[in-house]
Design a protein around this ligand. Structure first.
Ligand code: SAM
Length: 335
């Protein structure tokens, strides 16, 4: 029986969703996410997979019901399946409702079957375009054929796949109709995401930012969008497309702040706990994790950190602001 009190933050929000970045490394270099020449953390700084398991398990003890493994690219971390295997025990006991993954899909062909066998039911695959040349340009290094083969492998393994696309002005804004047809034609939801000012990239973010309020209005010229109460526990708000029967999610950190219902915290691959994706405050959990074999110190450090979860982020994408709102890249805190 769970004897720990639930994690409730100062604003009465119940923290039940943990996202874990298992590596800051990635085999792509998406232009809105990273600069081409990134300096990654020394491997020695990373928590071991056993430590990540212990950390996640401590959060599950404290009431986390949904766990998302992310990165960087989680499937490039060596031996990553052993972490899924270990965490799967919490699915079996019912302590954890869902173990899920966000991936760029590059390694999915290899791993989809094992992920399904280990208890993963749903995954998010990031796909910003359907055009091979454009895909290469956005990801700098990616091969869309491999990603699409990965998506097919995931579907064949019985995984429910959701596609995530970042809305990029002048890059993929002419493709949403085609992406809706592709996703919904294969029974996949599609979620559109606004670019967030996280970390230095080589270009200018104001050039890429496309408010989803505009996208939604444009979609309504072609499709009938019906608001639905469907939620997956994350920040997306969904509509059903009457013509396809499929769903579109909108993640709008800039045009519509959704912090009032935030149930999430994030851990980096070095054991830093971020209580908000859009703020700098964090708590180091690696020291208390390593200081003792039992979880007393760790548990106290988590409670203390949840006690200062901020009310929300205040992202602004503004040409006058020379620096990103938050210095760290999405690959550090995990998307
Ligand atoms: N490598 C995996 C992937 O590609 O899905 C997981 C990590 S990636 C950082 C998670 C998600 O964050 C991706 O969908 C990516 O497009 C998105 N992302 C990265 N940087 C972003 C930014 N500055 N604003 C909005 N979304 C971003």
């Amino acid at each position: 029986m769970n004897t720990h009190p639930a994690m409730i933050d100062p604003f009465g929000r119940h923290v039940s969703y943990l996202r874990v970045s298992v590596t800051d490394r990635c085999d792509f270099r998406c232009v809105y996410c990273m600069s081409e020449h990134m300096t990654f953390l020394p491997k020695a700084d990373l928590l071991s997979l056993e430590e990540l398991d212990r950390l996640c398990s401590a959060f599950i003890e404290k009431g986390v019901r949904k766990l998302r493994i992310t990165g960087g690219e989680p499937l490039v971390r060596k031996n990553i399946l052993s972490l899924f295997g270990a965490l799967g025990r919490h699915l079996k006991t019912g302590a954890l409702e869902e173990l899920t993954l966000t991936t760029n899909g590059s390694q999915l062909e290899k791993y989809a079957g094992d992920l399904a066998r280990l208890g993963v039911r749903r995954i998010n695959v990031s796909l910003d375009t359907l055009d091979a040349a454009k895909f290469r340009k956005i990801t700098r290094w990616g091969d869309i054929a491999k990603v699409q083969a990965g998506i097919e492998a995931a579907r064949a393994a019985g995984l429910k796949v959701k596609l995530n696309a970042v809305a990029l002005k002048g890059v993929n804004e002419d493709e949403y109709d085609a992406m809706i047809e592709y996703a919904h034609g294969a029974g996949m939801d599609l979620t559109l995401i606004e670019t967030m000012p996280l970390g230095d990239i080589d270009g200018d973010r104001t050039d890429q930012y496309l408010p989803l309020s505009i996208v939604r209005a444009r979609l309504m010229d072609r499709w009938t969008l019906e608001d639905i109460p469907f939620r997956t526990g994350g920040p997306a708000r969904y509509v059903r497309v009457k013509e396809t029967g499929g769903r579109i999610g909108f993640i709008t950190p800039l045009t519509h702040n959704f912090c009032e219902s935030c149930n999430r915290v994030r851990i980096t691959c070095t054991g830093q706990l971020y209580m908000c994706l859009g703020q700098e405050d964090m708590a180091d959990l690696r020291a208390p994790l390593r200081a003792a074999k039992d979880d007393g110190l760790l548990s106290a450090a988590i409670d203390e950190a949840i006690g200062r979860k901020p009310k929300g982020h205040d992202f602004v994408i503004d040409r006058r602001a020379a620096k990103p709102a938050v210095a760290r890249h999405m690959s550090v805190t995990g998307g």
